[in-house]
Design a protein around this ligand. Structure first.
Ligand code: SAH
Ligand code: SF4
Length: 399
């Protein structure tokens, strides 16, 4: 069986061409899958019955299985997604007034071993497939749409149903409470922004990630603008260049230290691609990027990288790179050797960077009560999932 979620737009076109179908068939099916979120070929009502039956024999639409679904007090929602062999990854939905952001994972575990990262501590398990990556977005949209429809009430004007060309996602009831689902009023799918900031290093799983990005951008799939899709990387320089050529989207770079000496320790990939090379790659990327700046992420580690001198060194480092800086309060996890910088220290650091002419923001933590914040994902996935799965399957994969 072929999983239709594994194809990017070009791949789907090839698939239908090989079946002797016209190119518009791929676009038609793409809209059923990625805009109406059907999981069953039989529901694609504008395909001829014979085409549907033939397709159903060879193809399926299978998103990875969700093994847990948790919603935090602030509305942040986290799906724990089965990645096989007792591995799991997470996707996190962050609702805000004007947008719905989904944080997506690209690998089960990560090989890059950043000192402060719970995913890194887990080690590398495997790359996710395109279907598993885009499946997180597919599932989130589908579930949120179904929830929006579940509160009975009359359809109000143009809801996502209009935007999506007649959604068949889940229950065919009327749209629900506009106050709790702002996207309903806006007439669009729930997820308006995607950040590849979940588990794993997206540029170390290049081809499947790029295929998924292409789907996010495609008008017959998710139709997101390049500015609303952000990929975060720890700085694999040659892959940043490849991304610029293959599928430029907004770029975030996990900087975390202003000198090679310190970054070598915190982000070990720096020993392979040092800061000078990384800064040059960022400048090259911006030439093609949808945004005219790169976002530098900087995790605030008490007494490690948060001194005034680090802020000044940071300003010197990024002098020639159009950028913004996002300060991330460190999220501790069991066994981590770091502490988060005190709030006043983060504020002082921010002030120095801002006074130096660089926009600096402090990331708000969301979903604290469900461990949904950056860097917390893997630890609790590993511990809880493996415990949970261990009770159901006899062999738990070794680390
Ligand atoms: N591998 C990619 C993307 C995933 S991590 C990368 O490293 O960029 C997303 C962001 O969370 C990165 O900036 C990462 O450095 C940061 N992060 C990892 N562990 C963290 C922790 N414990 N607290 C705060 N941020 C963390
Ligand atoms: Fe991997 Fe990113 Fe974690 Fe580093 S911070 S170990 S690159 S997921």
């Amino acid at each position: 069986m072929t999983n239709l979620l594994d194809f990017d737009p070009a791949g789907l076109a090839d698939f239908f061409a090989q079946r002797g179908e016209k190119p518009f068939r791929a676009r038609q099916v793409s809209r059923w899958v990625h805009q109406r979120f059907v999981a069953d070929v039989a529901q694609m009502s504008d395909l001829a019955r014979t085409t549907r039956e033939a397709l159903a024999r060879d193809a399926e639409i299978v998103a990875p299985k969700v093994i847990r679904d948790t919603t935090a007090a602030d509305g942040t929602r986290k799906w724990l997604v089965d990645a096989g062999s007792a591995n799991a990854v997470e996707a996190v939905y962050i609702p805000e007034d004007d947008r719905g952001t989904l944080c997506i994972s690209s690998q089960a575990g990560c090989a890059l071993d950043c000192a402060f990262c719970s995913t890194g501590k887990q080690g590398f398990n495997r790359n996710l497939t395109t279907g598993e990556i885009i499946g997180q977005l597919w599932h989130a949209n589908r579930t949120l749409l179904a929830d929006g429809m579940s509160d009975a009430g009359p359809p109000q004007g143009a809801g996502p149903r209009a935007a999506l060309g007649g959604s068949v996602a889940a229950k065919p009831q009327a749209w629900g409470d506009h106050r709790t689902a702002p996207w309903v009023e806006a007439g669009r799918a729930p997820i308006t922004n995607v950040v590849m900031m979940g588990m794993g290093e997206p540029l170390a799983n290049f081809d499947p990630v790029v295929r998924a990005l292409k789907l996010m951008l495609d008008d017959n799939a998710y139709g997101l603008s390049r500015r609303r899709v952000t990929l975060s990387t720890s700085g694999i320089v040659p892959q940043i260049d490849r991304l610029r050529d293959a599928c430029p989207v907004a770029l975030a770079v996990s900087l975390h230290a202003p000198t090679d000496e310190l970054r070598d320790r915190l982000v070990p990939i720096n020993r392979v691609h040092p800061l000078t090379d990384l800064m040059a790659a960022c400048v090259r990327y911006i030439e093609r990027a949808p945004r005219d700046f790169v976002t530098f992420e900087y995790v605030m580690l008490d007494g490690v990288n948060d001194a005034d001198s680090h802020a000044h060194a940071l300003l010197r480092l990024v002098r020639d790179v159009p950028c913004k800086v996002n300060l991330i309060p460190f999220n501790p996890f069991p066994g981590s050797e770091f502490r988060v910088s005190p709030r006043a220290r983060i504020a002082a650091f921010q002030r120095i960077v801002s006074d130096g002419g660089i926009v600096a923001t402090i990331r708000k933590t969301r979903g604290d009560d469900i461990d949904a914040a950056c860097g917390q994902l893997a630890g609790q996935v590993r511990d809880r999932t493996k415990r949970r799965l261990a009770s159901r399957i006899p062999v738990v994969a070794a680390r």
